[in-house]
Design a protein around this ligand. Structure first.
Ligand SMILES: [Zn+2]
Length: 360
């Protein structure tokens, strides 16, 4: 033991001497003085503005910035740089009447693939598919039998004629989710009522609940696993956390921006052509009187919890937003509908989006 320590000391002393000799022999050149880049300047802060990362591929770790653990912020929402090989997306659902835009994006995605970071920010559901398909039933799909009698009567409603969807990816395997029931605000009338609404919402997505006469079955797999003590991996700012629990958590909690009703953070593997979703956490704003179970009389700017939760579970199963101005009747539009039960049932585009992922 002592002999080894002795030889280590001698070895280290030799290396120091050698290094010293090398420094004397070859002085290091003076570093070139360059103005710090926008990224280098922003890197001192915990949050990096998304604008300086857009349309670029930036090394995860470089002389400019070590992006690991940094939150990429696009206006009022953000997402922490995820683990290597993953992509995280923060989706914000806005109150009725506010216009989304650069400072109020409807989603921000941060991807780490092959040691490089890319960022995407979407406004107003900027990507949509499904337009131009016949309303009522997608080509090749059978019409519903359960509500066949009413299919014709309801097909003309905006909800059953607006046909657009945007897809994130497929939920990877069995979606098992947990509810942090001790976060339900007192005004709501009880954790059991909130649980009922949220459970119904997950069911709405699972079966493709609709009032358009479309067959109510999907190829989704999910299970409500009950109460948890674990909080979603979503901060109040709001932003998706860098470290995720690998558990699908749903809760109420603080969301700083009062125009945001709820946030879903989805973490996926970054795979070519498809990003299979690994985890989706949902946070509902816990500010007073934001949500209702029963539509209250004199309702003003309050939202059915089940409708908002249906939208959020849509994200968990891979649906992205569509434009509020073009498709206001769809559940996946960027703004919720106040004082209404409408968002609880899927519109044509919402339904066809799920069909495109899970349908057979
Ligand atoms: Zn959303």
């Amino acid at each position: 033991m002592r002999k080894h320590q002795g030889s280590n000391r001698r070895l280290k002393a030799g290396l120091v001497a050698a290094a010293g000799a090398a420094m004397i022999a070859v002085p290091a050149p003076a570093p070139a003085v360059a103005a710090p880049t926008a990224l280098a300047a922003a890197c001192d802060e915990a949050q990096i503005p998304a604008a300086i990362l857009l349309n670029k591929t930036i090394p995860l770790v470089s002389d400019e910035c070590d992006l690991r653990g940094k939150v990429v912020r696009a206006g009022v929402i953000g997402a922490a740089v995820p683990q290597k090989g993953e992509v995280v997306t923060a989706h914000a659902l806005y109150v009725e009447g506010v216009k989304t835009g650069p400072d109020m994006p409807d989603s921000v995605s941060v991807r780490v693939d092959k040691g490089a970071v890319t960022v995407e920010v979407r406004h107003e559901g900027s990507v949509a598919r499904g337009d131009g398909q016949p309303s009522g039933v997608s080509p090749g799909r059978s019409s519903g039998t359960k509500n066949n009698g009413s299919a014709q009567a309801t097909a003309a409603t905006p909800e059953c004629s607006q046909n657009a969807y945007s897809l994130m990816g497929r939920y990877n395997g069995y979606h098992k989710w947990y509810f942090k029931s001790d976060t339900v605000p007192a005004y709501f009338g009880g954790a059991n009522l909130a649980e009922t609404d949220i459970l119904s919402a997950s069911y709405n997505i699972d079966v493709g609940m609709n009032d358009c006469g479309l067959t109510q079955t999907m190829g989704t797999d999910f299970e409500y696993a009950g109460y948890t003590l674990d909080y979603p991996d979503i901060t109040s700012t709001p932003a998706c956390d860098g470290a995720r629990s690998n558990k699908n958590e749903v809760a109420f909690g603080p969301i700083d921006n009062t125009n945001i009703l709820a946030v879903t953070c989805g973490w996926s593997y970054s795979w070519p052509g498809d990003d299979p979703i690994q985890e989706a956490d949902i946070l509902f704003a816990n500010r007073p009187n934001q949500f209702f179970y029963f539509l209250p009389s004199g309702c003003n700017q309050r939202y059915e919890l089940q409708g908002v939760a249906t939208h959020e579970f849509g994200h968990a199963f891979g649906l992205d937003h569509v434009s509020e101005s073009s498709y206001p009747a769809l559940t996946m539009s960027t703004n919720a509908t106040s004082c209404s039960y409408r968002d609880s049932s899927l519109g044509l585009g919402d339904y066809n989006g799920l069909r495109a992922i899970y349908g057979s």
